[in-house]
Design a binder for this molecule. Structure first.
Ligand code: TYM
Length: 330
């Protein structure tokens, strides 16, 4: 039987190679066998301040990124969250099922609200995982492929689905997270103990999908390494080099053993040169395709229109059941 897959990316700032390896690359693979929904989660993006004009531009860019990463609109449903209002509707209903304590434990909320303190943090930022649960539950999703940082949110989704089912009768499928073994958490090129993040202030910390070849070379050559020499995979003792090797593995398909053998007796300089070229070879065509899809907004809009209509039909059928089970309306 086919699984139903749902995942999404926020159209905030530039997407980076961590998003690509942790999420997009595995989506392209998973769509070969399963029924997939890939959403541009613009309503999640506004949980932190956004420039409206830039946000609209980024939404289309993310759609182009999905296609460039190999998402096939003939196989998968690609759509924008805010164009299917059932997401916010179910998000609200699930707010009445979630508990404050559960949301207070979410590490992403704790991190994001750290700077200004929880008193000044937006209520939307606090409730964000509940909207994510709604995204997933609307489609009877069985599998949610994400990077490690989203695992806690998928686990909350499972808790909310079970609670709802117990209270109102079997309504939602309880989904499973899908996290890959290598590459679920790509780290910053400058601070190997912090994940590569869209909100990092240093441009040098991330390889963006739009970076040109020289920028990729510069960023990799300046990436921090470990104090001990040798290209060996050991995330505990050599976190920086192991992170670079993880990227290398995803760019070339080579195993860690093969990478170690190729760079045996060589220094970090040689390894970094090889890594930069491997990134350029794999990501260069993706970057060119992003430009190609963005240059044809008519086709892009057609794909998003069709995705919206297909997603909305499924979402509305689910909402009819949910409203009735909860006793809403007439
Ligand atoms: P977002 O936009 O922060 O990230 C998109 C995807 O990229 C993964 N990711 C990473 N993977 C590996 N290494 C990294 N350094 C790295 N940084 C990000 C994320 O885990 C994610 O898979 N809340 C979600 C979006 C969302 C969603 C959903 C996802 C909303 N609704 C429903 C799945 C299902 C988010 O903010 O992702």
């Amino acid at each position: 039987m086919k699984d139903i897959v749902f995942s999404g990316v926020q159209p905030t700032r530039n997407l980076h190679i961590g998003n690509y390896i942790g999420a997009l690359k595995q989506w392209a693979h998973i769509q070969q066998q399963h029924h997939c929904y890939f959403c541009i989660v613009d309503e999640h993006a506004i949980t932190v301040p956004q420039d409206p004009k830039l946000l609209r531009e980024r939404i289309l860019t993310v759609a182009a990124v999905y296609l460039a990463a190999g998402i096939d609109p003939k196989r998968s449903i690609l759509f924008i969250q805010s164009e299917v209002p059932q997401h916010t509707e179910l998000g609200w209903l699930m707010m009445t099922v979630a508990k404050m304590g559960e949301l207070e434990r979410m590490t992403q909320y704790k991190d994001k609200s750290k700077k200004g303190g929880t008193v000044g943090a937006g209520v939307g930022l606090f409730g964000y995982p509940v909207l994510m649960a709604a995204d997933i539950l609307l489609y009877d999703t069985t599998i949610v492929p994400v990077g490690e940082d989203q695992l806690q949110h998928v686990e909350l989704t499972r808790v909310l689905a079970r609670r709802f089912n117990e209270k109102f009768g079997e309504t939602f499928v309880v989904p499973q997270p899908l996290i890959q073994k290598i590459g679920a958490r790509i780290m910053s090129l400058q601070k190997p103990d912090a994940k590569m993040s869209k909100s990092d202030e240093s441009e040098m910390a991330s390889i963006f999908l739009t970076d040109d070849n020289d920028t990729i070379r510069k960023k990799i050559m300046r990436a921090v390494t470990d104090s001990t020499t040798g290209v060996t995979f050991d995330p505990e003792k050599k976190p920086a080099v192991s992170n670079l090797m993880t990227i290398y593995h995803h760019m070339t398909g080579q195993t860690m053993k093969e990478i170690e053998t190729a760079y045996e007796g060589k220094g970090y300089g040689d390894f970094k040169k090889g890594l930069a070229e491997a990134i350029i070879t794999h990501m260069g065509p993706v970057r060119d395709k992003i430009e190609h899809y963005l240059s044809d907004p008519t086709s892009l809009n057609k794909i998003l229109d069709s995705g919206r209509d297909k997603a909305a039909a499924v979402a509305e059928a689910k909402m009819k059941v949910v409203r009735e089970r909860m006793g809403l309306g007439r």
